[in-house]
Design a protein around this ligand. Structure first.
Ligand code: PA5
Length: 471
C-alpha cells in the first residue's frame, strides 16, 4: 500500500497546515466530472476498460512480437513515450535473456541518436510500434518514415505485418495511413490526454513486449484507484496534493522528485511531464525537477543543502529490495570499510536516506516521503495511480485545468513555419524577420561599432554610418 510521510514537511507548514477541505472539493470535481477538462478524465477508468477486454489484443500483439523479433522500435514523444520508457527502465532496466530489446525513437531530432539505434539493430528482426495521438507530431513522424522504410527494405510486402500503430480511433494522418496500409491498430482513447495514457495501449504494448506482467499492473491499478478514492485526510493522494499546494503557497516553488533507485530516472521524466504540463499555466505552477540519489548528492547536493530556499523534495522509496548485496569483509581493513562488512547495501541505502533527509530539513528543505513496498509491477501501478490522481487534485486545487496543454502548441507551430510546412508560409516569413532582427527587417539594419554588433532604426542610419568600421 502506497504511503506518504509528511513528517519532514510538517516543520515548514504554518499553523493552519495543508488544506484538506480544498483537496476534498478538488476530488469531488474529479469524481463528479464537473471540473474543467472533465472530458479528458477517462484515464481513471482505463484499468477497468483493460480488464473488460481491451488488454487481450495488446497481449496477443506483444506475444507475436516477442516470438519473432529481437527488438521493438517504439516511435513516440512526450505522453506517447515517457510512460512506457519509465515503466520499462524501472521494471526491466536490462532486457532478460528472452526479452526483445526496446528502442525509443522519435523523441528528438538527433541524427546521431537515430544512426546509433539503426547500428544497434543491425540485421536483427524487429517490429515498430508508432504511437501518436494526433498523428502529426514532427519528431515521431520523421523517425517513423525512417524505420518504416527499413522494414519495407527488409521484409518487402510483409513489412506491414511488423507495424503496430497506436493512434486516435478515427482522426489523423497516422490513422488514415494505417487504414490504407492495413497495419494493426490500437487506440489512444479520445478522453485521455497523452500524459495520462500510460495504462492504455500507449504504455501497455511496449511494456508487455519488454516482458512486464501488464495484467498484474492492471489488477493492481484497479485496486489502487479503488483505495485512493476514499474521502479522508488519511488518503495519501490528499496528503501529497494538499502538502505541495501548501508549500507552494509558502514560497516553495520547485519540487525535486528524488529516488535512490537509478532505474527510477525515466519515471521521474514521466512525472515531470505529468505535473509540468498539468499545472504550469496561467502564470502559476510548481516547477517539477528531478534528482537521482545518491549520485546527484555529489553534484547537486550543495545547491539543495545551501542554495536559494525555494525547494522541497519528494523522495520515492521502495521499502524492500528485490535482491541483496552484503559488503564484503576486507582482510586487514585497508580501506577502513570493515565497520560496514556484512551489512546489506539496501540497509545502508536506507540509512543514507535518513541522513540526507535530516540534513536537508536542517538546511531548510521540506521533505515529503512517498513509498511503496517493492520495485515490481504492483509498486509501479501504485505509483502511477497515486501520481495521476494527486496531479489532477493538486491542479484543481490551484485553480487550473490539469488536462489541457495550450502552451505546447506554440513551439510546434513555429517549427512547422520555419521548416516551410505548406500552409505556414506567412507565419514563417514573419518569424524569420522576428528572429533576425526583433522587428521586421526593413525597419532596422545591422551595425557594428568598435566590434559590437547591434540593430539600429533605418531613420538613424545616416547619423551612425560614419561610425561603422570593419572588424
Ligand atoms: O501530453 C501531451 O499532449 C504531449 O506530450 C503529447 O503526448 C506529445 O506532444 C505527442 O503528441 P502525439 O501523441 O499527438 O504525437
Amino acid at each position: 500500500m502506497i504511503k506518504v510521510d509528511l513528517s519532514g514537511a510538517a516543520p515548514f507548514f504554518d499553523a493552519a497546515g495543508p488544506d484538506y477541505a480544498a483537496a476534498a472539493a478538488a476530488h469531488r470535481l474529479l469524481e463528479e466530472k464537473s471540473g474543467p477538462g472533465a472530458e479528458f478524465t477517462g484515464w481513471t477508468e482505463l484499468p477497468m476498460r483493460m480488464k473488460k477486454g481491451e488488454l487481450k489484443p495488446i497481449l496477443a500483439a506483444a506475444a507475436k512480437i516477442r516470438s519473432r523479433s529481437k527488438a521493438l522500435v517504439v516511435v513516440g514523444i512526450g505522453g506517447s513515450y515517457l510512460g512506457a520508457r519509465g515503466a520499462i527502465e524501472l521494471l526491466r532496466p536490462l532486457p532478460g535473456k528472452d526479452d526483445p530489446k526496446v528502442f525509443f525513437v522519435g523523441n528528438g531530432l538527433s541524427a546521431d541518436y537515430l544512426n546509433c539505434v539503426i547500428e544497434q539493430l543491425g540485421d536483427d528482426d524487429f517490429d515498430v510500434n508508432v504511437i501518436s495521438k494526433s498523428g502529426t507530431t514532427l519528431e515521431p513522424a520523421v523517425s517513423f518514415r525512417v524505420f518504416r522504410t527499413m522494414l519495407e527494405k527488409k521484409y518487402g510486402a510483409a513489412a506491414k505485418r511488423h507495424i503496430f500503430a497506436t493512434t486516435d480511433v478515427s482522426r489523423g494522418v497516422l490513422r488514415s495511413m494505417a487504414n490504407a496500409e492495413g497495419w494493426e491498430c490500437f487506440t489512444v482513447p479520445g478522453d485521455v490526454g497523452g500524459r495520462y495514457s500510460v495504462l492504455s495501449a500507449v504504455g501497455l504494448l511496449p511494456m508487455a513486449v519488454a516482458g512486464i506482467d501488464v495484467a498484474a499492473v492492471i489488477d493492481q491499478a484497479i485496486a489502487t484507484f479503488g483505495s485512493l478514492y476514499r474521502r479522508s485526510p488519511d488518503n495519501p493522494v490528499w496528503q501529497y496534493a494538499a502538502a505541495r499546494q501548501h508549500l507552494y503557497g509558502r514560497g516553495y516553488s520547485i519540487e525535486l522528485l528524488a529516488s535512490y533507485e537509478p532505474s527510477f530516472r525515466f519515471m521521474a521524466e514521466w512525472w515531470k511531464q505529468l505535473y509540468g504540463e498539468s499545472e504550469g499555466k496561467n502564470g502559476i505552477g510548481i516547477f517539477p525537477a528531478s534528482l537521482e540519489y545518491t549520485a546527484d548528492l555529489h553534484s547537486m547536493g550543495q545547491y539543495v543543502q545551501d542554495g536559494p530556499r525555494k525547494l522541497y523534495e519528494t523522495v520515492v522509496s521502495f521499502e524492500k529490495s528485490l535482491t541483496s548485496f552484503a559488503v564484503p569483509f576486507g582482510m586487514g581493513d585497508p580501506d577502513g570499510l570493515n565497520y560496514l562488512a556484512g551489512r546489506d547495501l539496501h540497509d545502508i541505502c536506507r540509512t543514507a536516506r535518513d541522513a540526507v533527509k535530516a540534513a536537508h530539513i536542517s538546511g531548510g528543505v521540506p521533505n515529503i516521503g512517498v513509498s511503496v513496498d517493492k520495485r515490481d509491477e504492483a509498486g509501479y501501478a501504485e505509483l502511477v495511480c497515486f501520481f495521476e490522481l494527486a496531479c489532477a487534485i493538486s491542479g484543481y486545487m490551484s485553480g487550473v485545468n490539469p488536462f489541457d496543454q495550450p502552451g505546447v502548441e506554440a513551439y510546434k507551430k513555429n517549427m512547422f513555419a520555419l521548416l516551410g510546412k505548406p500552409g505556414y508560409e506567412d507565419m514563417g516569413q514573419a518569424l524569420r524577420e522576428k528572429l533576425d532582427g526583433v522587428e521586421p527587417r526593413e525597419k532596422y539594419r545591422l551595425r557594428c561599432y568598435n566590434g559590437d554588433f547591434s540593430y539600429i532604426l533605418l531613420e538613424k542610419k545616416k547619423k551612425v554610418d560614419g561610425l561603422c568600421r570593419k572588424t
